[in-house]
Design a protein around this ligand. Sequence first.
Ligand code: 0X9
Ligand code: ZN
Length: 425
Amino acid sequence: MKLNNLATFLLVVPLALASAVPKERKQTYNGYKTYKIATHNNPAEVRAKIAKFAAIPFNTRDDVHLDVAVPPEEIAAFEALGLETTVLSEDLGADIAEEGPLVAYESPVGVQAIPSLTWFNNYHAYADHITFFNDLQAAFPTQSEIFTVGKSFQGRDIFGIHIWGSGGKGSKPAIYFHGTVHAREWISAKVVEYLTYNLLTQYTNDTAVKAIRDAYDFYILPVVNPDGFVYSQTTTRLWRKNRQTRSGSTCVGTDINRNWPYKWELTGGASTDRCSETYKGLAAGDTPENQALVAFTQKLKNGKGIKFYVDWHSYGQYILLPYGYDCNARASNHAAQNTLAKNLAAEIQKSYGTRFTYGPSCSTLYKTTGSAPDYLTDVGGATYAWTIELRPTSSSSNGFVLPATQILPASIEQWNGLKYLLANI
Ligand code: 0X9
Ligand code: ZN
């Protein structure tokens, strides 16, 4: 082979190989219409009827209704089925456009400068979430530090911030938050970041904040499923699980909130189908994300203990108390939990009138096995371990896709709620 031919070969072959590898393109969802289909306790029948469609189911509880996004070319045939439907949205693509673009974040200028509140006007790429958190910590170096608990399946750090008060680092019981275990629930990272922002910036301005900061150590992880979160931003907006591959299946992803090693083995609250949105894994705790979170949870338990855990999700506007694994099981301090949740809902409502429903998670929403709050309660020893499902309500829209204009109000109402909560536990 002559040299110039070799050069051509070297240039062309990699290009040809590259084009042979399918590159995943970003899913736009333009023209997708979303529906709520009534299932009347027979979701299998509805699922069978729509099996031939490329419609994407996007809710996890389907005994009452199954929510689906139908591609434009299938809308006529789907409607001809005559199912009992309500239209949630005429165009999911338009809703995603309203959610706004991922705006580039700019670090504040100056030594120990506090990031701008404009962070909460838009959604941002995952890399910017890391920078924002680092910037925020750097502005309060004597009261906080960044930590990592381990790595995701694809090797990203699972990070958080530890914030302490006048008692010094690690001297008080833990307030422990996880955000974005479900990739598509973007509002969860934002709300958790807003709470973090205020815990740090209001310490010297607000005596109520000083009191809660001095009473607890805070451990806040805004994105515990970084691989899924990145994938929801680059490729499939409605991605939920992690991005773990397993031999013998083309379906990707395990639901980290069905993988915790507690009541994992029970049936009816998770799926053994690898393609399901609630796939539980092959064994309890067989996701790297869960292993990292379990190890860190044990560390907190063995330290000063865990006073309050919240797993921040969306959507539906719920405050969910233990347990998920059994609809009749109640925490030993259930009465106190219920009163607190009731008062929290009232406090949240004061800001913008947003209504949150509260109660034990299984009986209020649905059964879940291997979920975080059950583990935190019975194994982690947390006094309270809740799930909070943020805006919007479950009946209004494409819940995971919340317009950027709602980031701040959704965050402020939780901040006001949190101040109440932590002053009353
Ligand atoms: O299914 C989940 O993991 C949570 N809902 S979501 O729509 N964000 O996926 C709910 C977890 C709450 N726990 C129970 N219902 N048991
Ligand atoms: Zn969720």
